[in-house]
Write a protein that binds this ligand. Structure first.
Ligand SMILES: CCCCC/C=C\C/C=C\C/C=C\C/C=C\CCCC(=O)SCCNC(=O)CCNC(=O)[C@H](O)C(C)(C)COP(=O)(O)OP(=O)(O)OC[C@H]1O[C@@H](n2cnc3c(N)ncnc32)[C@H](O)[C@@H]1OP(=O)(O)O
Length: 194
């Protein structure tokens, strides 16, 4: 059963999430937040190339097709890769809040094995917000958006400033990101108070 950890239960003062007025319209592809992201970046040959689309409210859907490079057991997706798909899907919710946030905690249930070649159909939503803490959950299904559940996750993301990345990222990549106007625009657009 997922969501059992006490730290993933929203506190009494938590509020419902609010979709940002400039959030992408329902159905819009969200695009990669960073070219070299292992979850969504087009510049990672063995990455997941996960594609997320805005939903209604603070919810979205995403798809990811398991490639041979993602195996753990023969012919089956690696559990860590599936956790990455869930993490990336949950992280994409930040586009709808227009908040920069990182994963603090991710709890994953593996319900069914996921064969190579499978397209995992993911759906995620923010359930509550308490200060900098964003509570969310996701599910991944086989054979279509209404297919059997293969994986589930509950998560806590914590809002950070863009400086979080600038302060902690390896200087080579940070320098490259900061000299890319598109990347700077994407990062700054997420900040509530740039
Ligand atoms: C211009 C160039 C820019 C370059 C940047 C480019 C792009 C940027 C745009 C978007 C990118 C955004 C995200 C990345 C993208 C997607 C990937 C998917 C998401 C990820 O893959 S992202 C990587 C994995 N992730 C981390 O790398 C985090 C490492 N970690 C930390 O950096 C700190 O740990 C942090 C910041 C989490 C907290 O640190 P902190 O000092 O800011 O705050 P603090 O500790 O006070 O926590 C505040 C409140 O959260 C509670 N809390 C914290 N952690 C908890 C836990 N684990 N369990 C339960 N509760 C927890 C506390 O209990 C407290 O709660 P309370 O307020 O009630 O006391």
């Amino acid at each position: 059963m997922s969501g059992s950890s006490a730290s993933l239960q929203p506190p009494a003062d938590a509020v419902k999430p609010v979709r940002h007025p400039d959030a992408p319209a329902p159905g819009d592809l969200l695009g990669a937040h960073y070219e070299h992201c292992f979850g969504c970046g087009p510049g990672q040959p063995h990455g997941l190339h996960l594609e997320a689309r805005a939903g209604e409210g603070v919810a979205l859907t995403a798809e990811f097709t398991v490639q041979p490079a993602h195996q753990g057991a023969p012919g089956l997706a690696h559990g860590g890769v599936l956790a990455t798909a869930l993490d990336e899907t949950l992280g994409s919710l930040n586009w709808l809040l227009r908040t920069v946030a990182v994963t603090g905690r991710l709890e994953t249930d593996y319900v069914r094995p996921v064969p190579v070649g499978t397209t995992l159909h993911l759906a995620a939503e923010v359930t509550a917000v308490a200060g900098r803490k964003i509570y969310s959950r996701a599910v991944g299904r086989l054979d279509g958006p209404d297919g059997p559940v293969a994986v589930r996750a509950d998560a806590l993301f914590v809002e950070v400033k863009v400086d979080h990345f600038i302060d902690h990222g390896r200087p080579e990549e940070i320098r490259a990101a900061m000299s890319d106007p598109d990347q700077v625009r994407r990062a700054r657009a997420f900040e509530v108070n740039p």
